[in-house]
Design a protein. Sequence first.
Length: 602
Amino acid sequence: MPRSLRLGAVFLGSAALIIGAYFLVERALNHIPNLVQPDGTESKPPGRLVVLVVFDQMRGDYLARWAEQFGPDGFERMKKNGVWYSSAYLPYACSSTGPGHASISTGAPPSVHGIVENEWFDRPTSSMMYCVHPTRPFELIPPPPKTGKASRGADAGFSPERLLAETVSDKLLASSPKSRVVSLSLKDRTAVLLGGKKPTAMYCFDTRDGLFHTGAYYRDAVHPWVAEFNSSGVAKEWIGKEWTHFRNDLDYSKIAGRDDAVGESYGVTDAETNFGQKRVFPHPFPTKAQFDAKPKLYYASVEISPAGNQLLFDLVKKAIVAEKLGNGEATDLLCVSFSSNDLIGHVWGPDSQEMFDITLRSDATIAEFLKFLDDKLGDRYAMVVTADHGVCPIPEQNRLATTARKSLAEIVPPLAAALNEAFGIAPMGPTQWFQLDARDSGEVWPWLYLNHAAIKQRGLDVDKVADFAAQWIGNRPFMETAFTRKQIETGTLPPVAPNKESDVKAILGRVKLAYRPERCGDLIGIPRPGVLVTGYPEGTSHGSPHDYDRHVPILAIGSGVPSLGKRSEPKSSLIVAPTVAALLGIDPPAAAKEKLVFDIVR
């Protein structure tokens, strides 16, 4: 071969090698993150999404109790392919929605984050304080109708200003400014307390107009995708329909008991329009005529039904797509709190066909949620599921040794009479011993607030009055014990029988974690297990330090979560925040009390 041809062949061969190498390198650069591209730009890794799901009032035992009726792709998928802590309990007393969500987001107990109840008596202003009441009025956006009572505490708007501890959302945005935080719920306090100080988006539902609102604390206008959702009319799709059994192939009576059980209450009712959610299935939604007459009646019935969870989930899916969550430059956080479980549980109770039905639907929602994330993000997401509290069995159905329905009218007025007898009646007349009457005391129970000014005006010692009141309450046959703030602060037990000392000591430990001195009352009453102190003649509630109110589920699945399956060792519910933080790749919130309980898989 002539020399010139040999040189040409060598040149062509070298060129082929160079070109081939170039395309191999280019392909590698396009698939390996954080490397320089041929044009000098940097290839970014794909985003990730961590989803925190809270079911308001889902007791921890539901996941085992109804496991056979669940599908394979919801809770059972999480149990099998992730981690399930089956024995997780709130470590603090006062198991209510506000404290629960604040503890989930901060990893701290109420004694630290300051959300001691949904409401408390604020001594500086001598008024009731809602847990997300702003320090100054912030308008709701869009503005709600001027007529009609505000949903929950929304008259002055809402903000996270009463929350005293850093949330995992706050930590993420401080650590990663390009991350997004979206917090969505029906209830304002749940969305606010999960979202933290400055989330990218925070929205909650208002039954006055059937729209999702944010507030002027957060932004001046709703996001376009929320405006589109609000205008779509999806919230009206249940007009004239019925809530029926989710699974017609199951015998609800055999699994969940009789439909019309003693002690169950009614949902939304209105005599003027002849509408009512019945005690038994099927539960109707208002007709078109009833909706036209009273729109709020319809939207309230949506909340107290599976439709509320479905409506929220539809917004959640829209948020993921519109905000491109998990597809940005940094890891995003989506917080979702499903409120309808709680509203249904209060009315029909934990042992009802309604609670069985909404739990089956919750399982199906998780299955659909995971499938949606699979399709949108592949393996670039993780999900943590938990609850803020459990619930007391309806007393009329309870088989515990001590079961009763009691009201504050059976505690506050008789206690005032006992105080008059013990300390005498002043010349000017009976002393107003308490800041709130029996009706309003129900809003802050289990705390009672003494009227310091009136007591001191009598020349009496507040601590001595509190000691008497606590012993009187603790000696009621339906009460387990009671503590004064002095006993809480010093860790001193009240007089107690030797066989009860360990139980009362454990309760005192939970109370200490619920106690914030400037916000809590002068004494706290603890009913006996199975006793419900409530202002309602039917239905049930929560708020005690007993296991049925403290037991919550904790599950995790997805990127970074090892397949550990069921873990039955007792765990504090405060592990949620550090778990979410670890999945986000950040340190836990500053006040978090627990450590991550499993090693993140990277």
